[in-house]
Structures are given as C-alpha cells and as structure tokens.
Design a protein around this ligand. Sequence first.
Ligand code: FNR
Ligand code: LAC
Length: 379
Amino acid sequence: VSRRSEPDLPAIESPLTPALTVEDLEAAARERLPAMVFDYYAGGSGEEWTLRENRRAYERWVIRPRVLVDVSNVDLRATVLGEELPFPILLAPTAFQRMAHRYGEVATAGGAAALDAVMVVSTIATATLEEIAATGVRRWFQLYVLKDRDLTATLVKRAHAAGYGAVVLTVDTPLLGRRLRDERNKFSLPPGIGLANLEGSGLPESEGSGLSSFFQDRHDASLTWDDVSWLRSLSPLPLVLKGILTAEDARLAVDIGAGAIVVSNHGGRQLDGAPATLDVLPEIVEAAGGRTEVLVDGGIRRGSDVFKALALGARAVLVGRPYLWGLAVNGAEGVQQVLEILRDDLIHTMALAGRARVADIDRSAVAAAPRAPERGDDR
Ligand code: FNR
Ligand code: LAC
C-alpha cells in the first residue's frame, strides 16, 4: 500500500490512541490510503460547495435542551419500512469498498451486522450480492438502472432472491458529477478489483475518470418517472428513491407509491450548487405529509447531527464516508466502531437534551442558530 507523504499531516495514529470521533478515523484513513483512493472517497463535484454546505448546515441549528427529564434509559429504536432498527442510522451505499480494505463490502457487512444495522449495497460493489448476504447483515440493494435493462432486471431479481429488503433507486445520477479530483488522478480501479455484480469487469479505459466513462457508457440517462412501474414489476420489494431535493419531486414520489425517500445530494458528489440536505429536509417532510417515509444523508458526522436531522423530520439518517474511514483503518471492527461512535454520541446528546426516546425529538428540540454578527451590524 502506498502511503501519502505530506509533511503537514499528523503521524499515523498509534493503536494505543483510541479514535473518539469520525474525524479521528478520517485522519487515520487518509494516512493509510493511496491518494487516488482517498480523493475518490472524500471528494465532491465541481468546486465542492455542496459538499461543504452539507456540513455547514448543521452549524445553523442549535439544540434546545429540556431539563429534569428522566433520561436514565435512552431508547434509540426507530421503525423504517416497517422494520424496527436498534438505532436510526443506516449505512448509505458506497461503491468500490475493496479499495479501502481487502474484504471490502463483506467486512462492512460484518461491522453492520454486529450492531444489527441496515447496510445499503451499491450496484457497483466489489463483492457479490450473494457474498454480502451470506454475512447475515440486514440489507437493502441500491440500484443504478443500466442501458441494458435485462441486466438491470437480473440484478433486482438477484437482490430479492438473496434476501435484500428494499430496492433503493438512486435518482440523482443520470450522469456522474464532475469530480475534478478523479479527473486529475485519472481514477481507475486497482488491479484485481472489479464490478463484482456486473460481469466482474473493471472500469473502461479513460483519459480522465474511469468511473465517469462507466456512467457514460453503461448508465441509462433516459430514465424517467414513467419507468418506475417497470421497476416495481420486477420484484415485490419496497421502493426507496434516493436523491430527492425538492417538494415537487417528493410529491411525485408519493404518487408513484415509494415506500421511502432519501433526501440526498449524493454527499456533494453530483450537482454542485445543490442545497445542503438539512436545509431542504423540512419542505420535503411537509410535502411527503406522512405518506412516504423521509430519510436524509449528507455530512452527518456526530450524534448532534443525527439529533438535528430527526428534529427536522427525518425518520432515520444514512452515513457514507464515516464508515469508509472505519473500514480503511480497521475493517469490520472499524465499521462497527464508527457506528458505535455515532450511536453513543446520539445517546449522549439525547440524554443531555432531555429526550429519552426518538419520538421525543420533535421540532421544538431545535432552533435556528443566532446569526454571526457581520461587519457593519453595530452601526
Ligand atoms: C457514494 N454514494 C453513492 N450513492 C449511491 O446511490 N450509489 C453509490 O454507488 C454511491 N457510491 C458512493 C461512493 C462514495 C465514495 C461516496 C462518498 C458516496 C453516495 C452515498 O450513498 C451518500 O449519499 C453520501 O455518501 C452521504 O454523504 P456522507 O455521509 O458521505 O457525507
Ligand atoms: C459515486 C457513485 C458511484 O458517488 O455513486 O462515486
């Protein structure tokens, strides 16, 4: 494994220094991963404005703590698509996990299964759907609809046969966002790692990003709302639409009978200039009107972030990069560790905020943060 050597980076974390935060694990992962891989995982599209905005949005809210509430038992259980989860945090689909760890998605599944969390498996995973299923993890399948519709149908049928509990259609990626880091690095898959569920092949040769070329060649940019009924005919699984950012599209998702939507801008990797997900969450929750479940992802790094998302109406959240850092640093155990950090931090936040159950985290639990004074405000 080639190491990134930049003089201003901290030395590799000693195993005696426990990681306390997601950022601790990110720093350790950055030390460990080749620059091309770190950039692919960490990066966003364009000037990465949306990527940064996802984080900044969490700073625009404060938590309103209630006191003298019995918080001796904090209960994190939540129900999503009719399934009870031990805590309201799922693993978002991320591609190419064997670049982070030799067991890739199978290791991630092990970490998620240890805590009974739901893992959403990407269409472009580097382990097969069946290998991942064999770990026993609770699992949903994320779908990219390919120009080859027969292959797409086969994927959905395989997922159903292998015990996946939902199909998560990603709707924000007709083509890939412009990831400048990947173009500059000429992103490609390291030898021996391939798209395990799509003929096991690698990415096409490319002048720039091989992943961008893959989407150009294989992904169906003509997909519309009219294709959803075809998709639903392929399996009885509930359909989740991932990548909704407007009330208009949330209403269409309700109309087509989506079981859930994920308010997502793909972690700032697709349309740069799209809003932070937390900022649009309230309007989408309102548009959904309780007729479809609303989940959110993007920039969630600590328990207070999860708390704020729940207060603004999300039923649960998903995290992407955080568990990739855990995977890179320590495989299945690292993934488990990240989930524990987030879960325990959420428990802590709920206790200090006087909310002992997820249902108690209502809109009154947060308020807009006071605006920082700007120059001229005192005149
Ligand atoms: C992703 N994401 C993603 N989404 C998807 O539907 N299919 C995929 O294959 C991938 N692949 C992928 C790879 C990497 C490296 C990242 C970082 C993200 C998006 C992902 O599901 C999720 O929306 C974001 O990661 C959420 O933002 P955070 O938690 O990473 O800030
Ligand atoms: C990504 C795609 C593959 O974000 O979803 O890299």
